[in-house]
Design a protein around this ligand. Structure first.
Ligand SMILES: Nc1ncnc2c1ncn2[C@@H]1O[C@H](COP(=O)(O)OP(=O)(O)OP(=O)(O)O)[C@@H](O)[C@H]1O
Ligand SMILES: [Mg+2]
Length: 163
């Protein structure tokens, strides 16, 4: 496993978190997976709402909570899946969810609580970590896990540097 650190930033409010998510969303391509981790209330859903915005999803993105997987249509065709594994008690249960069927070349997936199914996310993927510092301050880290094409990583770096 290789890890490339792409961004480390302090977000001062939820709008900033959303905007960084949107920058990432602009860059995503079919087949990409983003694992968004961090404690309860860190801003994972806010960040993913930003991703959806960047992807051009027009429907409002809410927390999937009980549903675990929520699908949205992408403007260019294909689907964006918002997955929330918080209620997954047993990592083995992820098999029953049909999550594997989503991991194809046409889907874009953003996942909350990826730790609940640790070890099963196929590389390469992006790992976003949100850490509450105080009140509305969040530490955000974006890392590439596994081998993305170098030119794609450079393009993402450029996009994120503008944020
Ligand atoms: N800098 C910030 N970035 C993101 N959210 C923030 C920030 N500051 C304050 N907030 C608030 O924190 C909350 C984050 O909620 P959100 O649902 O996105 O968290 P979550 O990580 O998805 O939680 P859960 O683990 O319950 O799914 C929101 O109420 C939001 O307004
Ligand atoms: Mg959430």
């Amino acid at each position: 496993m290789t890890t490339a650190q792409l961004l480390e930033r302090i977000s001062k409010d939820e709008t900033t978190t959303r905007r960084i998510g949107a920058a990432l969303g602009h860059w995503l391509q079919p087949g990409d997976i983003v694992a968004v981790q961090g404690p309860l209330g860190a801003g994972k859903t806010r960040f993913i709402q930003g991703i959806a915005e960047g992807l051009g999803v027009t429907e409002p993105v809410q927390s999937p909570s009980f549903i675990l997987i929520q699908a949205y249509s992408l403007p260019g065709g294909g689907r964006f899946y918002h997955v929330d594994l918080y209620r997954l008690e047993d990592p083995e249960a992820v098999w029953a969810l049909g999550l594997w069927d989503l991991f194809d070349e046409t889907a874009i997936i953003a996942m909350e609580w990826p730790e609940r199914a640790s070890g099963f996310i196929p590389e390469p993927y992006l790992r976003v970590t949100l850490i509450p510092v105080e009140d509305t301050i969040r530490h955000i880290r974006i890392e590439a896990i596994g081998a993305f094409p170098l030119e794609r990583l450079r393009a993402l770096q450029t996009l994120l540097d503008r944020e």
